[in-house]
Design a protein around this ligand. Sequence first.
Ligand SMILES: Cc1cc2nc3c(=O)[nH]c(=O)nc-3n(C[C@H](O)[C@H](O)[C@H](O)COP(=O)(O)OP(=O)(O)OC[C@H]3O[C@@H](n4cnc5c(N)ncnc54)[C@H](O)[C@@H]3O)c2cc1C
Length: 733
Amino acid sequence: MFQLLQSGFFWWPVFILAALGLATARPSRFACFVVFAVLLGFFSATTHASGAIKALLWVFYGLSVLVLWFGPLRRAFISNRLLKFYRASMPELSSTEREALEAGTTWWDAELFSGNPRWQQLLDLPAARLSAEEQAFLDGPVEQLCGMLDDDRICNVDKDLTPETWRFLKERGFFGMMITKDYGGTAFSNMGHAAVILKIASRSISAALTVMIPNSVGPGKLLLKYGTEAQKSQWLPRLARGEEIPCFALTGPEAGSDAGAIPDIGVVCRDEKGVLGIRLNFEKRYISMGPVATVLGVAFKLEDPEHLLGERTHLGITLALVPATAPGVKTGTRHDQLHMAFMNGPLFGKDVFIPMDMVIGGPEMAGKGWRMLVEALTDGRAISLPALSTATAKLATRVTSAYARVRRQFKLPISQFEGIRESLARLAGNTYAMDGARLTTLAALDQGHKPAVISAIVKYNLTERARQVMQDAMDVHGGAALALGPRNPLGPYHSFPQLGATVEGHNILTRNLITFGQGAIRCHPYLLQELQAASGTDEKAARREFDKVLMAHLAFTLNNKARAFLHGLTGATFISMPTAPVALKPYYQQLTRMSTAFAFVTDVLLLTLRGELKRRERLSARMADVISQLYIASAALKHYHDRATNRVTWCWSPGYARTASTRSSRVSIPCSRTCRTAGSPGACAPWCSRWGGLTARLPMRWTTSSRRRSCVHPRNGTGSRRACTCPQTSNRK
Ligand SMILES: Cc1cc2nc3c(=O)[nH]c(=O)nc-3n(C[C@H](O)[C@H](O)[C@H](O)COP(=O)(O)OP(=O)(O)OC[C@H]3O[C@@H](n4cnc5c(N)ncnc54)[C@H](O)[C@@H]3O)c2cc1C
């Protein structure tokens, strides 16, 4: 033993292990110095190493302690030099990028970037729920609306919703779901809003888009958040009642993805009556609801050459309301967006004069439009597009699993073939993951979070998964998916994924530039603080602050490196997990391990590429994929947790027996069997009621009457019986 202690081969691994252990445990700096002093003491006392080596090690140790312990020394030798280097290589942020970075908040994305996500926090987040009022709206007006929609006719014959449908949408408050009740809206939660869009989209994407626009990018949300009291009382009640149809016009021929570069100009001036206002020229395209809008939200750059508002000449991007009837406003020829029939088209404005009080938020909000837009987009990306994508996936899974069961080739249902099963498994997996990501994000939004990076993640990933889902569904349907017409429920959905990928920031841009680029700065625990410290004007304070953050950052990086190494060696076995079923333990552990590795690689990239990272889009895209998959996998665990917990809560609630008997009287046996075969053991009734809405409305043309089962529509309440087909069980006797 003593001989072993004398050997250098023993001590090097000991020092390395001690360094790894300390980096993993992250004790105080003092504790680290003590541990190394003790080890060095033993080393000096026991080894045969020459005195020179021992002396050198002690000198090195002493210098390290001095530099790391005493602030002035540390700043002089380490952090001030790094600060200089940092400033030279700091990425240059445009004003629009800076504003985008400041908008919204961070949430689970920051946990994943930290390398050590606190799972319990995610699991404890209350699941998104519908209020009784929202549920009643879904069961009443939305159900009624769905009955009025014939998507084939909308897209291929009328190219529009029927006049009765438009009237119904306006009268029943579909355009005012995010407007508060004091202004006549229904004030739905994000969950309620998304549920309405999802259900309508399961019937008609064009109708869902028509309802979605006024509730997301339309200026109602902007007015609610930034509008003056006068603007709110003038516009919101009219928007809620559908007396005004809004649109939001940002994109133009010159400015699409680079929306900050809009060439549309408004000049502050007085009209012939002396009214202070803006003379506006704009050219916009692809504007949803543009052809029918009565009030346009227009984004433009505001100039004040005569300094009528103040000292500044170039005020920047500003948002204003422009009545569609204002002299100079022209609506161009409607676009045909891949045969979908929602309203979309170009808008033009030539020397349009609007009084100053049409600027959203009044003159004091002039020039703050970009920030306002980014904040409004954050919600929209997280609510509407995920709802549309998930509706597409649910519908595709529903009709494809049914079709695979009833379509026979080689004397067998095609669902018996492994090739088809592979597609069906991907369909089901993607649909579950999409619903999980959607609901987890809605739960966060309903708790007041505004996670900008997560909204980019769900927008990009859910629309991309919708693309894959449609591809799988159409592959399984073979020729039946291609012939368009009322008997092809998939046909109208074929174009949606491309639309979803394009709007609200194209997916290529979102993946390559936004997700990791913004995420690294916003969600990294130290990077933004370092950037802020480095750009401080008080040099002394800046150096002190930078030094403090830098030391914490170094410890963070070393900690992640050590943990990634150890978890890699041990297969993440020793990572503690939250209160969750033991069977799920490996998932939590592996995700934590991946998050640790991701956090370390992020630091390496930031250190090696610095400002260059902005231009290395493919690298940034791959990191965006990693954080996206981490988020979607976390959300799937959360989704599973919430559903399992719901079942437990439901079973133990005092009203359980009554609820169970009511439900079983409403849901027929074949429906329940469908649920079980579809892999939702024990959650039969809730599952059926969620999917039953879809089942009831789909034209199940391939189901022969002898295979038809009749069951009570789970959402239609007592009495009103409606025939619905349970496709998975349809060929069972
Ligand atoms: C159906 C529909 C509805 C719409 N509704 C509205 C609306 O209501 N209001 C509104 O203002 N706008 C609306 N838009 C416009 C939409 O937001 C833009 O189409 C979108 O921002 C992309 O702009 P673009 O089409 O000009 O593409 P471009 O900007 O020309 O982009 C072309 C391609 O280049 C890629 N690209 C661009 N820059 C980069 C980069 N730096 N790195 C990597 N890739 C890059 C893009 O990802 C895209 O793949 C709508 C569009 C559609 C199709």
